[in-house]
Ligand binder design. Structure first.
Ligand code: FAD
Length: 326
């Protein structure tokens, strides 16, 4: 594909350099979603020495099909938006490390960022933007059957369930998006919702009602996922009566929310009761020189545009902190 032709200023000219262990960076950004990538662009344009360390590029946006609420695009596929963000970051000589999980961040005048390979990177400031991960049901059979019918990402895995019967657990935006993706390919979808009503946006509820192959079970909970080599049934129970029955399905998509990836700063910065990193309006955490942005923080409304805006704010706060010589 000719990116320059199709996308105007889009470039394939990557100038990233390896992240170095012996150097003290002005800023190290952890995470690879919209918050981290926006922070990276802001830091590089400010001219501060910047390191970037992430498990993978894209974050939750990679798992999103159509995005219709990121300004500048009436509609864009999640993976295409990730490519555009990533190209914008990689045009800079940023110290770059992908495929690395941050295990621990230590505070001090020089912050230490330890990753799962055993290496430790050093910086005057750190921006944490490690987002969220899928919440599990915690019922028998779930862990054993992950990858054998139990799935968390409909965008990634829906095609494997073409012509099959599936259950989707969760009546929020993620649940309905998954049910819609699956309704297009699966024989039948049962949406299982714990509450007595769906909590997704009206536009998604309107969409799902147009599919003839979707049933919605309100006020039900999943008790067990059954199967040996693959999922063969999901046991659900009515919450009011406790009456249980098996749904004849070959797949179950668990879409019951997300958990913040904040373990690396537990005991280092303040977390709220949900495990989110508490930040003030300038993305400052309780530890001087450690900033946080995006879904991993206490900032409400988890959205791409909000994560990106918070990433910009965290970068500017970190640059100001460095400028003040703190
Ligand atoms: C199915 C779905 C659909 C959505 N649809 C929309 C939509 O239409 N519009 C919208 O605005 N928002 C949507 N959202 C929400 C949006 O995607 C998020 O709000 C946004 O991606 C948050 O960005 P983030 O950068 O904070 O974190 P994330 O996108 O979660 O990125 C976190 C990054 O950190 C990395 N990471 C995690 N832990 C570590 C670690 N220990 N060490 C190193 N790296 C780590 C991950 O690999 C990832 O790259 C959707 C979310 C989902 C799940």
């Amino acid at each position: 594909m000719d990116f320059n032709l199709n996308l105007g200023s889009f470039t394939t000219d990557h100038r990233t350099v390896p992240l170095e262990t012996e150097r003290i960076y002005d800023v190290i950004i952890t995470g690879g979603g919209p918050a981290a990538m926006t922070a990276a662009v802001y830091c590089m344009r400010k001219g501060v020495s910047t390191g970037f360390v992430t498990r993978e590029i894209g974050g939750q946006v990679s798992e999103t099909s159509g995005i219709e609420n990121y300004l500048g695009y009436k509609y864009i596929e999640g993976r295409e938006l990730v490519n555009r963000f990533s190209e914008q970051v990689k045009q800079f000589e940023i110290g770059f490390r992908e495929g690395a999980g941050v295990l621990k961040i230590e505070t001090g005048d020089v912050k230490k960022v330890a990753i799962d390979s055993g290496e430790t990177f050093l910086a005057k400031t750190v921006i944490i933007s490690t987002g969220n991960r899928w919440r599990k049901l915690g019922v028998p059979g779930e862990d054993r059957l992950v990858g054998k019918g139990v799935a968390y990402c409909a965008i990634c895995d829906a095609p494997f369930f073409a012509g099959k019967r599936v259950a989707v657990v969760g009546g929020g935006n993620s649940g309905l998006e998954a049910a819609i993706d699956l309704a297009k390919v699966a024989e039948h979808v049962t949406l299982v919702q714990f509450l007595e009503h769906l909590t997704a946006d009206g536009i998604l509820i309107d969409k799902i009602e147009k599919y003839g192959n979707v049933d919605i079970l309100l006020e039900h909970e999943v008790k067990e996922v059954k199967g040996d080599e693959g999922v063969t049934a999901v046991t659900v129970a009515e919450r009011k009566t406790g009456k249980a029955r098996d749904l004849d399905v070959q797949g179950v998509f668990v879409e019951i929310g997300l958990i913040p990836n904040s373990e690396m700063v537990k005991g280092v910065v303040d977390l709220n009761e949900r495990g989110e990193i508490v930040v003030d309006c300038a993305c400052r955490t309780s530890a001087p020189g450690i900033f946080a942005a995006g879904d991993v923080t206490s900032v409400p409304y988890k959205q791409i545009i909000i994560a990106a805006g918070e990433g910009a704010k965290a970068a500017l706060s970190a640059c100001e902190y460095i400028l003040m010589g703190k």
